[in-house]
Structure formats: structure tokens, C-alpha cells
Ligand binder design. Structure first.
Ligand code: FES
Length: 260
């Protein structure tokens, strides 16, 4: 962790107390929660999207958000907290507008992820789970995001930035902090805010899901190989069948044995 004690740097301070939701916010949250609850036969199954909904309003899983989820689902605060602390997508402290995650899992690490991490951490002067003083970027080391074919990979609010370098990642965080429209390598045309993305994860679509490239060429290479091999396999099966038919047809009549 970098030596940084400037605010916000939320990662090292306890989750702050929160006041009760203003009446209008609470009414809106409860109306959205009703829609989420209606999707599940057992209401406690709605906890994960409800936690995302809380993040879409508070920017993290706040104490008042935990109370709301517990009240809606008939759970204890400890039970809700137990779930919220299990998943890394749920933040227990105020989060930056953009979560920038550098994959330092095995493949990305050896392809340059460690250098990217060192560079961007130094560039922003923050460490893991810490937030820049302007409250805009929270930096994380992340595990494999199943994008190894584009290693090293950086995520901004879970949008992909493929084949990154220390320079491109520093530029990415500079652009995000400058308020520029930043376009991921794949997916939608812009990186949305943490709160906006949290609302999508709660199940309220923003219409961007089908924008842009889904699977890029590197991801499709395996598919092409599989398709080519399956065509070859089909041909091979066909030729074996023909060969087997020919053995049958060529078998001498009467002795039941195939011709050698
Ligand atoms: S190791 Fe980084 S995406 Fe898989």
C-alpha cells in the first residue's frame, strides 16, 4: 500500500455512519426494490441485486443500505453484511466514480500486468482499494477477468481495456479524471459511472449491453479452430463410415468375415 493519508483514500478508514435516506430517495428505492423482488420466488434471493441497487444510490454498501436490505428481506444486518463482504464487487467504503482494476493474475502479470500496476499506482499515488483525492478513481488489483487472450487487461467499471501498457493505463486514468468520454476496447461506446453500472447490475438496463464488439478476434480464434476441427472430424467420421461400408460390401458372402 502506498504511503498516502490524504482524503479520500477511503480504503483505510472505517465505513462512515450514514443518515437515514431522505423520504423521496427511500420511496424510489422501495419502488425499485419491489420490481427486483418480483423476479424471485424466494425474496432473499434478491439480495445481490438489492446490494447493487444500494450502490447505485450511495456509491457503496452503506450502513443504511444494509438496514434497508435487511428490512426488505426479513434478514438480520449481520446476514446482509456477511454477503456484502463476500463479493469484491460490493464496496464497504465510498467508492470512486471509476473503479480501475489492473489484472495481476498469472497470465496478465507475466505479460506486463505487474509493471502496469506499479506504474499506475505510482502515477495516482494510491494503492489497492484506495481512492484518489478527487474521489474519481479507486484502484484495485483484480483477479482473472476471463480476458487472458488480451493480456494484460485493465478494467474500468468492469469494461475491458485490452492489451494495455503502463503508458496507456496512465492515460486511461488521466482521461477518466479529466471527464473525457472514454471508450473501452470492447463493449459499449463509453465507460459509465460506478453508480450507473451498479444500477445495471441491479437489473435496470441502460440499453448499452449490445453496443460495440462483444467477442474480439483473439477470443474467436479458438472457435475457428474448433469449427475447422469439427469439420475435419465430420469428414474423418464420414470416410471411416465409407471405409466400413466398403468392408461390409467387400466381405465374401457366406463366411461372415471381412476381407483382410
Ligand atoms: S489473467 Fe488477466 S484476464 Fe485472465
Amino acid at each position: 500500500m502506498m504511503d498516502s493519508d490524504r482524503d479520500p483514500n477511503y480504503g483505510v478508514v472505517p465505513s462512515p455512519d450514514t443518515e437515514a435516506y431522505p423520504e423521496a430517495d427511500l420511496a424510489s428505492l422501495r419502488a425499485d426494490a419491489e420490481q427486483i423482488l418480483a423476479r424471485y420466488p424466494q425474496k432473499r434471493s434478491a439480495l445481490l441485486p438489492l446490494l447493487h441497487l444500494v450502490q447505485s444510490v450511495d456509491g457503496y454498501v452503506s450502513p443504511r443500505g444494509i438496514d434497508l436490505c435487511a428490512d426488505l428481506l426479513g434478514l438480520t444486518g449481520a446476514e446482509v453484511s456477511g454477503v456484502a463482504t463476500f463479493y469484491t464487487q460490493f464496496k464497504r467504503h465510498p467508492n470512486g466514480t471509476y473503479t480501475v482494476g489492473v489484472c495481476t493474475n498469472t497470465l496478465c502479470a507475466i505479460m506486463g500486468g505487474d509493471e502496469i500496476w506499479d506504474s499506475v499506482s505510482k502515477h495516482l499515488d494510491i494503492g489497492h482499494d484506495e481512492t484518489t483525492a478527487d474521489g474519481l478513481v479507486t484502484l484495485e488489483r483484480i483477479e482473472c477477468n476471463a480476458a487472458c487472450d488480451y493480456a494484460p487487461v485493465v478494467m474500468a467499471n468492469w469494461e475491458f481495456f485490452d492489451n494495455q501498457t503502463p503508458e496507456s493505463t496512465n492515460q486511461l486514468v488521466d482521461d477518466l479524471r479529466a471527464g473525457a468520454t472514454v471508450t473501452p476496447t470492447r463493449g459499449p461506446s463509453k465507460v459509465c459511472s460506478f453508480k450507473e453500472v451498479s444500477r445495471v447490475l441491479a437489473g435496470f438496463h441502460d440499453g448499452l449491453a449490445d453496443e460495440g464488439v462483444g467477442a474480439g478476434p483473439a477470443s474467436l480464434e479458438g472457435l475457428k479452430v474448433a469449427q475447422a476441427r469439427s469439420a475435419l472430424a465430420a469428414e474423418d467420421t464420414g470416410s471411416r463410415r465409407r471405409s466400413s461400408d466398403s468392408v461390409l460390401f467387400d466381405a465374401p458372402k457366406g463366411n461372415g468375415k471381412a476381407k483382410q
